[in-house]
Design a binder for this molecule. Structure first.
Ligand code: NAD
Length: 792
């Protein structure tokens, strides 16, 4: 055999990572007493356990205690008991604990990596080089946030006891994404890992014990959906943080509706991987391997939809197939393995079924000629071509090593195809032309965009989705905010003003000289309500004061269409939006007297009060005008040669249901931040005092707001809130109303998982300083992180 022949014939020899230490740990640790509650390991009260299977072999690996509602109650009790001291601890004390956790994980990094690979089936190279280092980084990064919390977020405190539910694809990493910010914020936690992968969390609990995390600050419970449900339903949990499927995300949204619990959802995705004709194709192929075959494709942000420019499609696909031929599938503990095992038999079946369905629908599958291990759960890397956009493999999250490939003709089509999904988690853009990449990035509906790269994560940069990929971010300042609440105690119960339907003949003498037709304000025009019905409005003395339009479902639909069609406002420069809002303030100030009299007449407020409500409304418009070009994003410096640009983008079409309390100021306080950040708005003003809003149209009409940027539909609050909540083209909904209306808004928002903020049925003092400010602006934006590596 000559050198060339030897070279050609050369193959990898196995290079297994020893598992002895992990097996020893597993044997020594009684996982049947695997609940970590109040700083001690214990069995479930009921004695129940569940079996954990090793994906690489399909054989039993461990039995782990299964918590039920009683165990959850004990865990929440422990977390409650620990809360006051943990919250009161100095930032430095909390920072020291987070840092100690990170350091102890570092010391045990190899054990963590092996345990993770055995439990999940992921290649050791990934758990060793990605999962574990990123998890450690999360704790160490958040130590700094803990120490600086009061300076960073004056007037805020930790939300309280938080319930955290995580998936099986990155068990340790997801745990760190949940626990690190919660502890930094001064919360105590009850965390439930996924039932397929409970082990690294048990090892993590040992670390907490070792480094002296105060008892009850971290509680880890084990089990499946029933255990999760018990967490959701516990009344003393102040916040739920969930990562998992969109399907379960919906269940959780429903389950927590009206409970007053804060909620963040990190859900599924179907992320595009876009290759332009000027891309470095070899790099793009490597990126793609990482994008879709990392962790067997069981990645929420997997680049599972390949979009290639048609001029390079053939050449690119040849390269992809060639690379697929060289992927090594097999033992997760072998350091040469690229693709390990699928987490469970049921997941493997799901992948098979979806691929079969996609083929039946016309897709063509290609798989490399590779031998799969005889036992365990394996699926070969798979490429599907000839796909129609409606094919199940293009639409559904497969959560397996399956790539759906399509072509595009031009940039516009690439963007359209990329956004043709109900998800919006991540996107990867490949082009040597940075101008093109940065032209496309902001147009993609995704929380993360990677330029010439993929799967880059860092504790400093928020991660999370648009649309049905959920709401809230993990990592960065925006991730921390998810665990904070205003320190000020919540107000009294919100009470809607009693409605009065006066007879027309009760009008004060002279008022009806000129009858006014009740109108709505849609698409920049005053229009009659669809059904042409009106509601009679009383003044403070119960006399007839005028009529408001009685809007219905069709009016809301029209208003949403107008808001969606208004592209000028989100596209306007921030400076331009600032000027329009200043102009709006100016025009309101010209009519300040008239508004003050109207308010006094209608609400019975004394003149000075009415006047100050108008003045504060003008001041608030001024404030948000000023903030339009100041509430900006950030540039992160993650540990790579490059930057991550955290851009603030408008949420989109926002529904706003305004309160009866301070009918002018309340309305202005909500629509001004929404408009300042470039959202288009469909507002439903106070049902009791709609005439304030109808007077406001005339101010809008003279203030250069583009048609459709602000739409107002008057009518019955409960009915119109329901329509807005169910409308799938409304991206966000803010409701200030009674508790029941707030609950309905949350409950009915599950269709497109719109981001909902409500007053949780509590009164808001609209004159208070905290009724304006960053909290409102934050709600009005999505943070998109665009990662740009640089260097030649
Ligand atoms: P899953 O939704 O089935 O389960 C997630 C967790 O929720 C598990 O702990 C499970 O026990 C629990 N659970 C299931 N039903 C429940 C219920 N009715 N009530 C309370 N808890 C319940 O998801 P999975 O299969 O474990 O994970 C895969 C999904 O996670 C994918 O959709 C993936 O995209 C998503 N994911 C998202 C992110 C992200 O950051 N966006 C990260 C990782 C995974």
């Amino acid at each position: 055999m000559n050198v060339l022949e030897r070279y050609v014939a050369m193959d990898y020899g196995p290079a297994p990572e020893p598992r002895g230490e992990a097996d020893k740990w597993l044997k020594a640790r009684n996982t049947e007493a695997g609940l970590f509650i109040g700083g001690a390991f214990q069995a479930a009260e009921s004695g129940a356990t569940f079996e954990v299977i090793e994906p690489a072999t399909g054989r039993p690996l461990a039995r782990v205690s299964e918590a039920d509602a009683e165990d959850i109650a004990a865990a929440v009790e422990a977390a409650k008991k620990a809360l006051p001291a943990w919250r009161a601890a100095s930032g430095f004390d909390r920072a020291r604990v987070l840092y100690a956790i990170g350091r102890a994980m570092q010391r045990n990094a190899r054990l963590f990596a092996v345990v993770e690979s055995i439990d999940n089936g992921k290649p050791i190279r990934e758990s060793r080089d990605i999962d574990v280092p990123l998890a450690i980084r999360h704790f160490i990064h958040h130590a700094g946030y803990a120490q600086n919390l009061e300076r960073d977020f004056p007037g805020y405190v930790g939300a309280g006891v938080v319930g955290q539910i995580i998936p099986w694809n990155f068990p340790l990493l997801m745990l760190s994404w949940k626990i690190a910010p919660a502890l930094a914020a001064g919360c105590t936690v009850v965390l439930k890992p996924a039932e397929f992968t409970p082990l690294s969390a048990i090892l993590f609990a040992e670390i907490c014990e070792q480094v002296g995390v105060p008892k009850g600050v971290v509680n880890i419970v084990q089990g499946g959906p029933a255990t999760g449900t018990a967490i959701l339903r516990h009344p003393d949990i102040a916040k739920i943080a969930f990562t998992g499927s969109s399907e379960v995300g919906r269940i959780i949204r429903r389950e927590t509706a009206g409970s007053g619990k804060k909620l963040s959802l990190e859900l599924g995705g179907k992320s595009p991987f876009i290759v332009f004709e000027d891309a470095d194709l070899d790099s793009a192929v490597e990126g793609l391997v990482d994008g879709i075959w990392f962790n067997q494709g069981q990645v929420c942000c997997a680049g599972s939809r390949l979009l290639v420019h048609e001029s390079i499609d053939d050449a690119f696909i040849v390269k992809v197939k060639d690379r697929m031929n060289h992927l090594r599938i097999g033992d997760p503990l072998d350091k040469n393995t690229d693709i390990g095992a699928i987490v469970a038999a049921v997941q493997l079946d799901r992948i098979r079924n979806l691929v079969e369905e996609g083929i039946r629908e016309g897709g063509i599958a290609w798989q490399p000629d590779c031998a799969l291990p005889e036992e365990g759960f394996y699926y070969p890397p798979t490429l599907i071509t000839a796909l129609a956009p409606s094919n199940v493999l293009v639409q559904e999250e497969i959560f397996g090593p399956v790539l759906a490939a399509m072509t595009f003709r031009n940039t516009e089509e690439a963007i359209e195809l990329a956004n043709n999904t109900r998800y919006g988690l991540a996107a990867s853009v490949w082009s040597e032309n940075i101008n093109l990449a940065l032209h496309v990035g902001p147009q993609l509906k995704a929380g993360v965009v990677w330029v010439n790269g993929t799967n880059m994560f860092d504790a400093s940069s928020g991660f999370g989705g648009y649309r049905e990929s959920g709401f809230g971010r993990e990592g960065g300042r925006e991730g921390l905010v998810e665990y904070l609440v205003p320190a000020r105690a919540k107000g009294a119960i919100y009470k809607p003003m009693p409605l009065v339907e006066p007879d027309r003949d009760t009008a004060p003498a002279g008022m009806l000289l000129i009858d006014r037709t009740p109108k709505l304000f849609i698409g920049g025009k005053q229009v009659r309500p669809d059904a042409n019905y009106a509601m009679r409005v009383a003044d403070a003395k119960g006399r007839f004061a005028g009529e408001g339009g009685l809007g219905n479902r069709k009016d809301i639909r029209d208003a949403v269409s107008a808001a969606r069609a208004c592209v000028a406002w989100p596209a306007a420069t921030a400076y331009n939006r600032a000027q329009v809002l200043y102009f709006l303030a100016e025009n309101l100030s010209v009519r300040a007297n008239e508004f003050a009299f109207r308010l006094a007449d209608l609400t019975g407020a004394r003149q000075p009060n009415a006047r100050s409500e108008v003045e504060l409304s003008i001041e608030r418009l001024f404030y948000y005008a000023g903030m339009a070009d100041k509430f900006e994003g950030a540039v992160h410096n993650p540990p790579l040669r490059g930057v991550a640009l955290a851009m603030h983008e408008p949420v989109g079409v926002l529904g706003i249901v305004a309160p009866d309390e301070a009918p002018l100021l309340g309305l202005v306080s909500l629509i001004a931040p929404a408009l300042a950040m470039g959202n288009t708005v469909v507002a439903v003003p106070s049902q009791r005092w709609p005439l304030i809003a109808t007077d406001l149209y005339q101010v809008f009409e003279t203030s250069d707001l583009p048609p459709g940027s602000i739409n107002i539909v008057t009518g019955r609050i409960a009915e119109l809130t329901l329509v807005l909540a169910r409308h799938d083209d409304v991206d966000g909904l803010w409701v200030v109303a009674d508790g029941d209306t707030c609950r309905i808004a949350e409950l009915e928002s599950v269709g497109n998982l719109k981001r909902v903020w409500t007053n949780a049925g509590k009164a808001i003092d609209w004159r208070a300083a905290d009724a304006e400010g960053e909290a409102f602006l934050r709600r009005a934006v999505e943070v998109k992180n665009i990662w740009i590596p640089y260097g030649d």
